[in-house]
Ligand binder design. Structure first.
Ligand code: AGP
Length: 618
């Protein structure tokens, strides 16, 4: 949550800052701001609302300078106002900074600083850090021949007082060529250019600017000037860091003709699923292969229980994983909300493997749940999209999704890639146990046909738009499915809620009789996910029950299924795939349905209200 950027180099900082903030806008979009060093002071521009309004403001009063920092905010402390927008000045404008994270002891520090005469302009926890650094600067001594050391020491002294999380970029009025970045719990990367250096919350703003990147780890501090950069550990001094190639393609972060990132990402799914499988299907042994699990075959063979944990959509894919792994590998699986697992302290037996599932790799609860289970001695693995993210680094090993950047706040392609990776893991564990060679071969074939099936499912788009048109004003929608399609019901409902603000509930179809059926009336549509499969007749019966009570019915059904036409008001067809892979196909029309309803209701699908792409606070 919150996106931060910084630039120091020989060019004007402003274009990178504004473009970078645009690319990070998915992380938070309540307000934004930039500060540019103008020689003897900082020019500060802040604005409430989207980056567009900041750009407009900057355009009416252009600023240029070779060092600058920027921020796009997701409010935690204090509402979205101009004063609460970052950057925040410290002291008498000696220091300026942008912050991503939460400072838990900010009130104690604030009281202390107020008593010393510091005047606060905002309600934020972040402003405390800027004054704290200004205060530390008063006592930090010059080191001859090393002008930056005094500033670095002031930052270190201030950081030592903070309790909470931070990604920080800091600049100083008296040092027009010095920027300091620090990380603890909130991600930060450095872009290594030629005669210019960038700081950002993630790699997306760097694409097209440089092809070299450094992922900072917790407790690391980077000192950057136009002439170079160095990284040190907060307590241990200078360290060598890996400068890695940045491989993202600039097309991956542009709209490429689509109206919204969400739509683009829905359409990318055949390709993202292909990428999730690339190099991981082994015909020779009829299994899947994973390079990064970092566990010995003995450790993997001795697994007796698996815990899958995550939040939101990633938690839904964990539910799909539960069905898959239990069916194919016969290993007991429990699915846990990461936010509950981190505090719940359940008994966990030895030989339990804990998977954290996450698109961003930055979700605070998932990170904490993994750290807590790892601390207790269990092996932790990540199923993650963002390379070198906090969760990828914290886990003992893992599997990358390779879905490419997911920018739309509503997760789509990451979900189907997670389900696909979980299917391959189920195959892998299954083949280590009871799954036969023939069974493994069949699953590999079925997996290979998935991208084609998803491509075909996308053909329903025009029809789904018509259906959306018909139901766009509904204020309550039920989503119902069974077995593998129960998580799909939850995911379809979440998609609709988060981007169209209509109330929606997902239920196992048979559970409906135990309460939600009371909601059914002629204004409450029910979306049934009813492809051919073992519970088809049962779900048909549930559909009849809704029909008998006058509820409109939208069915997501297999192509070859005339029976649903007799009951459902609207039928959306998807190609038939085996039950274990149905979640990956049946979710596609539901993503599109949510998208079209949101557009018809005039909602901002890529940046729905109150949300942010990665939830880095509890
Ligand atoms: C999904 O559409 C949501 N935006 C949200 O539920 C998301 O899946 C959740 O916050 C978890 O994020 P992660 O996968 O990055 O950990």
């Amino acid at each position: 949550m919150c996106g931060i950027v910084g630039y120091v180099g020989s060019d004007n900082a402003c274009p990178f800052l504004l473009d970078g903030l645009r690319r990070l806008e998915y992380r938070g979009y309540d307000s934004s701001g930039i500060a540019i060093h103008e020689g003897s002071s900082f020019a500060l521009t802040r604005s409430v609302g989207r980056i567009d309004s900041l750009v407009e403001r900057v355009g009416s009063k252009p600023i240029s300078g070779r060092l600058g920092i920027g921020h796009t905010r997701w409010a935690t402390h204090g509402p979205a106002t101009e004063n609460n927008a970052h950057p925040h000045l410290g002291g008498d404008g000696d220091v300026v900074l942008v912050h991503n994270g939460v400072i838990e002891n900010f009130q104690t520090l604030k009281d202390e600083l107020v008593a010393k005469g510091y005047e606060f302009q905002s309600d934020t926890d972040s402003e405390v850090i800027s004054h704290l650094i200004a205060e530390s600067l008063k006592r930090a001594v010059e080191v001859e021949g090393q002008p930056n050391v005094r500033y670095l020491n002031a930052v270190k002294t201030a950081l030592a007082r903070l309790r909470g999380t931070y990604g920080l970029v800091i600049a100083f009025r008296s040092q027009p060529n010095l920027m300091i970045a620090a990380r603890f719990g909130s991600p930060l990367v450095i872009g290594v250019g030629r005669g210019e250096y960038f700081v950002s919350s993630d790699a997306t703003p760097l694409v097209g600017r440089t092809d070299r990147i450094v992922y900072l780890a917790d407790h690391q501090i980077a000192v950057l000037t136009a002439d170079g950069f160095s990284v040190l550990h907060r307590d241990q001094g200078k360290i060598r860091v890996d400068i890695r190639p940045l491989e993202a393609d600039s097309n991956e972060v542009s709209l490429e003709g689509y109206d919204h990132y969400m739509l683009k990402e829905i359409y990318e799914q055949p390709e993202s699923i292909r990428n999730a499988m690339r190099g991981r299907l082994d015909d020779q042994d009829a299994t899947a292969v994973f390079g990064g699990l970092n566990l010995t075959p003995q450790q993997l063979a001795s697994v007796e229980r698996i815990i899958l944990t995550g939040c939101g959509t990633s938690w839904h894919s964990a539910l799909v994983g539960e069905y898959l792994i239990e069916e194919l590998a016969r290993i007991p699986v429990s699915v846990e909300y990461a936010s509950e697992l981190r505090y719940r302290n359940p008994p966990i037996e030895n030989n339990t493997l804990v998977f954290g599932i996450t698109q961003s790799g930055e979700t605070a609860d998932t990170l904490a749940a993994l750290r807590e289970t790892k601390r207790k001695g269990h092996r932790t693995l990540a199923i993650c999209n963002v390379v070198a993210s906090s969760i990828a680094q914290a886990a003992d090993g893992g599997v990358y999704l390779h879905a490419g950047p997911e920018i739309g706040v509503a997760s789509t392609k990451a979900y189907t890639s997670q389900c696909c990776v979980l299917a391959m893991l189920a195959l892998y564990f299954g083949r280590m146990r009871h799954l036969s060679f023939e069974g493994g071969r069949r699953i590999i074939e079925e997996l290979r046909s998935l991208p084609g099936a998803v491509q075909q499912a996308l053909n329903c788009n025009d029809h789904v738009r018509e259906v959306a048109n018909k139901y766009q004003t509904a204020t309550n929608v039920l989503y119902l499915g069974r077995q593998y399609n129960f998580p799909t019901a939850l995911e379809g409902a979440l998609k609709l809620k988060e981007i169209s603000y209509a109330h929606a509930e997902g239920y196992p179809a048979a559970e409906m009789k135990h309460g939600p059926i009371a909601l059914v009336d002629d204004a409450t549509p029910s979306v049934f996910i009813i492809p051919h499969g073992t519970t088809y007749d049962k779900v048909m019966a549930n559909m009849e029950e809704v029909k008998a009570r006058g509820g409109p019915i939208i069915a997501v059904a297999s192509h070859e299924d005339p029976r649903v036409d007799a009951i459902a008001d609207d039928v959306i067809r998807v190609p038939h795939v085996p039950e274990i892979l149905q979640p990956i196909v049946t979710v596609v029309p539901l993503q599109l349905l949510a998208y079209h309803i949101a557009i018809l209701r005039g909602c901002d699908v890529d940046k729905p209200r109150n949300l942010a792409k990665s939830v880095t606070v509890e």
